[in-house]
Design a protein around this ligand. Structure first.
Ligand code: 6R9
Length: 655
């Protein structure tokens, strides 16, 4: 067997960290699965033909002339074709007699609920489209959406796409500053917001941040405000308008135009775990094709019977693709939840699963590790027998968390699909198929049909089984980003310059002995200790596999002897108390025993919280700043910027 050359790519440490159990697809699921093993064969035999077949899931105004125009690194899919995203999400289902089907069961945090059918959603979207037109928004204009998780957020997005405006959703937890820089970059003309929303049992405000952000930003002509909480808001006459005053009086008729397949659909700023946020641009035909296909194939979605729930925020790409566009294109019934998982009690998610009989649930490992911390008694109190497929997204899922999820949420019955993708890829790229692939805790397994991804070493050579390196994508895919808003050079530099002719997502990966793919975290987060590349993910998984640890974040801090030394920040499980006297030694020894002495942390610090983005990704660069006694870098994409003060206060030696 060929070896990964010394010092190149990642060495794979995790041989000892093996959860060797395997979970074949349940027989009944496999027997009726949407996607079968043949799908891979079909897609390999004629990749572009396969994507054309998937594009036929959509309703086109005019069919495409050319499936792919590829001028590396710029792709155009389905050129010559026209379609309207809102029509694909709504009108065609209503026209086919499915208007009474529920699109969303919406659950507000305080317990208020709304049930919205496809016909109702279509009417609301038409009204909002007419309102945006009245406010002067025209095709191609950018509209910022800074909202809580309420149905109007979806209505606003679809109203934009209906009239050909480009939405730019900013996570409602971000600051005025983060909103402002995104408005600057996208030159948004209108901001859609709400007075506030409910989080952690109380009304939080949004409008003051918008007021602050738009005060010095003349591109913004209007602020359209949904009344959600009823709290007092400052008002700028002429600029600010209430949603209920402007939208509700509009006609529910709006004749939608079919836009070009490559017409911009939305801009989404990346989570920025490592650098300044980038405005990722997605267009219409290819994006909808791949989100609809993957939602159907990866989750085995049966629109007539499934209740689908992505427990994520719409301000994250996961919400765009798998709360809004994928489910609606497929005519699915989804659950949408406004608030936090521990309000008013720590069983809220499972109560929602029980209440709506959720059959497919999709969430992030960070949430799963939080539930682990709270203990298995909590989910045990609810009937979750309706669940049949579980999904994970956002970070590598540690084998420990996978097993906990499968057992305590999935009743040891449901397959788990660990889906790897990015804001930039638009849709799922690497994932098991629940009716085909054997589940392997911690592995994302293989590229979905129609995607050509690989693991390569420093020289772009494919690694052999057992080898580590970088994940790359070899061929353009329908939902790929079309660029970085206003910055084509940065697009080329960031994604296409590392390896000639290959898309470089920036993640480390390995292939195991079976050839299956494991993701190992951001390359920027990889540590170099005494000449060895060590993945933060693997050390974190080793720490989380210790019975006292719920969450861990690991960084490489500069070290005079070893180049970098491993510094671990850990959160204890509830039942572990203060961890006991010998905790630090215990953990260092545990990592050493699991992965080898080279991976033994130099320091271990117990902290109450970790700095995270809106999608729950740990911002290791900030922890690195702490570990190296530096001033903190950009904190605007943190969900809660006070976390860094809490951590610094715990670490006298790191201040
Ligand atoms: C969808 C989303 C993208 C980055 C990506 C990678 C990490 C996402 C993952 C995963 C391992 C998975 N990531 N899913 N790593 N296994 N199943 O998260 O988009 O916010 O742009 O983040 O997230 O590092 O490069 P985005």
């Amino acid at each position: 067997m060929a070896e990964t050359p010394q010092g190149q790519g990642h060495e794979t440490l995790s041989n000892l960290l093996q959860e060797s159990r395997r979970f074949p697809p349940p027989a009944d699921l496999a027997a009726h699965a949407n996607a079968t093993a043949d799908t891979y064969t079909a897609a390999e035999a004629d990749r572009l033909g396969f994507w054309e077949d998937q594009a036929r899931r959509l309703t086109w105004g005019r069919p495409w002339d050319t499936v792919l125009e590829w001028n590396p690194p710029f792709a155009k899919w389905f050129t010559g074709g026209t379609l309207n995203a809102a029509v694909n999400c709504l009108d065609r289902h209503v026209d086919a007699g499915r208007g009474d089907r529920v699109a969303y069961y919406w659950e507000g945090e305080p317990g208020d609920t709304r049930t919205i059918t496809y016909a109702q959603l279509k009417d609301q979207v038409c009204q909002a489209s007419n309102a945006l037109l009245e406010l002067g928004v025209t095709k191609g204009d950018r509209v910022a959406i800074y909202m809580p998780m309420i149905p109007e957020t979806v209505v606003a997005m679809l109203a934009c796409t209906r009239i050909g405006a480009v939405h730019m959703v900013v996570f409602g937890g971000f600051s005025a500053d983060a909103l402002g820089t995104r408005i600057d970059d996208s030159e948004a003309k209108v901001v859609v917001t709400a007075d506030g929303g409910y989080r952690r049992g109380k009304a939080s405000s949004l409008k003051p941040a918008v007021d602050e952000a738009v005060a010095s930003r003349p591109t913004v002509e209007h602020v359209l405000v949904v009344r959600r909480t009823g709290q007092d808001v400052d008002w700028t006459d002429g600029r600010d308008v209430w949603w209920h005053e402007v939208v509700d009086r509009q006609s529910t008729e709006h004749a939608a135009e079919a836009h070009d397949a490559e017409h911009p659909l939305y801009i989404m700023y990346t989570s920025g775990t490592t650098a300044k946020p980038k405005g990722i641009l997605h267009t219409t035909g290819g994006y909808l094709t791949q989100v609809a296909y993957t939602h159907w194939a990866v989750f085995d979605l049966k629109p007539e019977t499934d209740i689908f729930w992505t427990a994520a925020d719409i301000g994250w790409v996961t919400g765009h693709s798998y709360i809004v566009y994928g489910p609606l294109c497929n005519g699915a019934t989804s659950v949408m939840y406004e608030g936090t998982p521990d309000t008013p009690h720590k069983g809220r998610f499972w109560e929602i699963v029980e209440k709506y009989r959720v059959s497919i649930a999709y969430m992030a490992p960070t949430a799963i590790r939080t539930f682990m911390k709270w203990g298995e008694d909590i989910p045990a109190g609810f009937d979750m027998s309706s669940l049949r497929v579980l999904g994970s997204v956002g970070e590598p899922i540690n084998p420990e968390a996978y097993m906990w999820y499968r057992k305590n949420i999935g009743g040891d019955r449901t397959p788990i699909v660990d889906t790897w993708w990015q804001t930039e890829t638009g849709a799922i790229m690497v994932s098991p198929l629940p009716g085909v692939t054997e589940g392997k805790p911690g592995a994302a397994m293989r590229p979905v049909p129609g995607i050509v991804a690989d693991v390569v070493d420093e020289e772009a050579k494919p690694v052999p089984n057992g080898g580590g390196g970088f994940i790359v994508v070899r061929e353009p895919w329908p939902s790929m980003l079309r660029g970085i808003w206003g910055d084509p050079e940065r697009y080329k530099d960031t994604y296409w310059s590392r390896f000639e002719g290959l898309y470089f997502p920036g993640d480390g990966a390995k292939r195991d002995e079976d050839g299956d793919i494991w993701l190992l975290g951001r390359v920027d987060d990889v540590m170099l200790v005494s000449g060895h590349n060590i993945s933060t993910t693997e050390v974190e998984s080793a720490l989380v596999s210790h019975s006292k640890i719920a969450e861990a974040a690991v960084v490489g801090a500069s070290d005079p002897v070893t180049g970098q030394g491993i510094v671990a920040f850990v959160i204890l499980r509830g039942e572990a108390g203060d961890g006991g006297d010998g905790l630090v030694k215990e953990l260092r020894d545990h990592v050493s025993a699991s992965l080898g002495p080279i991976a033994k942390p130099r320091q271990v610090m117990v902290v109450p919280e970790l700095p995270k983005t809106r999608s729950g990704k740990i911002m290791r660069r900030l922890l690195r700043d702490v570990a190296e006694n530096r001033q903190l870098g950009d904190v605007t994409t943190l969900t809660d910027s006070s976390v860094m003060d809490v951590i610094a206060a715990k670490l006298p030696e790191a201040k």
